[in-house]
Design a protein around this ligand. Structure first.
Ligand code: CU
Length: 129
C-alpha cells in the first residue's frame, strides 16, 4: 500500500510538470494585440519554441504579416553584445519561430510585425535559465 501511494505521488508530480504553464505574454502594438508564448517556462539556454498570435483591432487573426524576432543580450564583462534574428513561419493563426539563447541571463526580445509597409514592434524581456 505504501508503495502504491508513492507511485501515485510520483505520477501526480509528473502530471504537474507536463501541464506546467507556458511562458505567455500579451502586448499591444499599434492596433494589434500580440500574444507571445515560449514552450519553456522559464526559457532555457539553447533552443526554445516561440509562438506569436496577432489580432487586429477587431479581434481578427492577422495572417498576412512578415514577422521577425530579434533577440539580444547587451555587452557584459568578457562578452560583447549579442544580436540574433529568427524568421517566423505561419502555421494556422500562429507565427512560429525557434529562438536559441546562447547563454543564461536577461535577454531583450523585439518582435517586428510588418504589414502593408508599416512596422510595429513588440518588446519584451525574458530571464533565461
Ligand atoms: Cu551575456
Amino acid at each position: 500500500m505504501k508503495r502504491f501511494a508513492t507511485a501515485v505521488i510520483i505520477l501526480l508530480i509528473a502530471v504537474g510538470f507536463a501541464f506546467a504553464k507556458d511562458y505567455t505574454v500579451m502586448k499591444k502594438a499599434g492596433g494589434y494585440t500580440v500574444e507571445v508564448k515560449l514552450d519553456k517556462n522559464p526559457p532555457i539556454t539553447g533552443p526554445n519554441k516561440m509562438e506569436i498570435n496577432i489580432k487586429d483591432d477587431k479581434g481578427v487573426n492577422v495572417t498576412d504579416a512578415t514577422v521577425v524576432v530579434e533577440y539580444m543580450m547587451p555587452a557584459m564583462p568578457g562578452m560583447p553584445a549579442m544580436n540574433y534574428k529568427a524568421k517566423t513561419e505561419l502555421n494556422g493563426s500562429r507565427y512560429l519561430a525557434k529562438v536559441n539563447f546562447s547563454m543564461s541571463g536577461a535577454w531583450a526580445i523585439n518582435i517586428k510585425i510588418t504589414r502593408a509597409g508599416k512596422t510595429q514592434a513588440v518588446k519584451l524581456n525574458v530571464d533565461v535559465n
